[in-house]
Design a protein around this ligand. Structure first.
Ligand code: BTN
Length: 269
């Protein structure tokens, strides 16, 4: 992707994609403050299900919990618009769909097996290679989800790790783990195809257990000790399951159970 201009990227990607809806409307930029902000602010008549916004680099990339997201050239910085035809309670499952799709896409392109960490981080060798950000807009009957995917692909991890605090999970990149650069357009193709696969399955069977089971298979969080940061309070316990609403379940030392949701800040020990 690095040597091509925006319109060539759009044309190549459109040709590659074998999806029905994902990526049928594409915005590509050399540089943007944030693909997430751009997709969030697209008006309704340009926010189709499957619309994607990609930037080669972002100046003010956004992470979860109001954090910055370092987004130099060489990474895959993309936001995808989903117009869900399911209830607002199930929106949480799009985070699992995003993480599963990225893990599958990395495997397809490199044969590397990733692990998933709550709520939607993708890890290689216990370091973070991708983070996913979900923004939700609900207006009367209309819902719009923007799924931001930040995938450290063809960059040096030092570009990111230099900015992290000692509490943050260390970052890695595909280039370092794979030993080679990957074609970003093939990655985009695989991610969009896998998102469409999981999303359509979810819609057609209407139950969440397949996605939860797949997520559990790829996660090694179950059984681990974790801390939830709740304001000034720190709650420590052991993760033991995910419930049917998509919440993580943690058993505390007094045997009570704490539900952890997407908006909670949790770290593993
Ligand atoms: C996280 O904190 O783990 C989520 C990071 C999400 C970053 C992506 S990069 C593409 C999109 N645009 C943004 O500004 N953020 C998301």
């Amino acid at each position: 992707m690095n040597v091509l201009n925006e319109s060539i990227i759009k044309a190549r990607l459109s040709k590659l994609l074998k999806t029905r809806k994902m990526g049928k409307s594409i915005y590509v930029f050399n540089e943007l403050d944030s693909t997430q902000d751009y997709a969030n602010s697209l008006p309704k008549n340009e926010s189709f299900h499957g619309t994607i916004v990609i930037a080669r680099k972002q100046n003010i990339g956004k992470g979860r919990m109001g954090r910055n997201w370092i987004s130099p050239e060489g990474g895959l910085w993309m936001s995808i618009i989903l117009i869900p035809d399911f209830s607002a309670d199930n929106i949480i499952f799009t985070q699992f769909i995003g993480a599963l799709a990225v893990a599958d896409a990395i495997f397809e392109n490199t044969k590397i097996c990733c692990k998933l960490m709550w709520p939607n981080d993708v890890l290689i060798n216990e370091k973070k290679v991708c983070g996913i950000l979900i923004d939700v807009h609900v207006e009367n009957e209309t819902k719009k989800i923007v799924m931001g995917i930040g995938l450290n692909a063809n960059i040096a991890s030092s570009l990111i790790n230099d900015y992290l605090t000692s509490h943050d999970l260390k970052a890695t990149t595909i280039k370092e783990e794979y030993g080679n650069e990957v074609d970003l357009l093939f990655l985009v193709k695989s991610i969009l195809e896998r998102i469409e696969y999981y999303y359509d399955n979810f819609i057609s069977c209407g139950n969440t257990s397949e996605i939860i089971d797949r997520w559990k298979e790829k996660s090694d969080m179950l059984g681990k000790k974790a801390t939830v940061h709740d304001g000034n309070q720190m709650i420590v316990g052991h993760i033991f399951d995910i419930d049917q609403t998509g919440a993580l379940l943690m058993k505390l030392s007094d045997t009570s159970i704490k539900k952890i949701t997407y908006y909670d800040n949790v770290t593993l020990h």
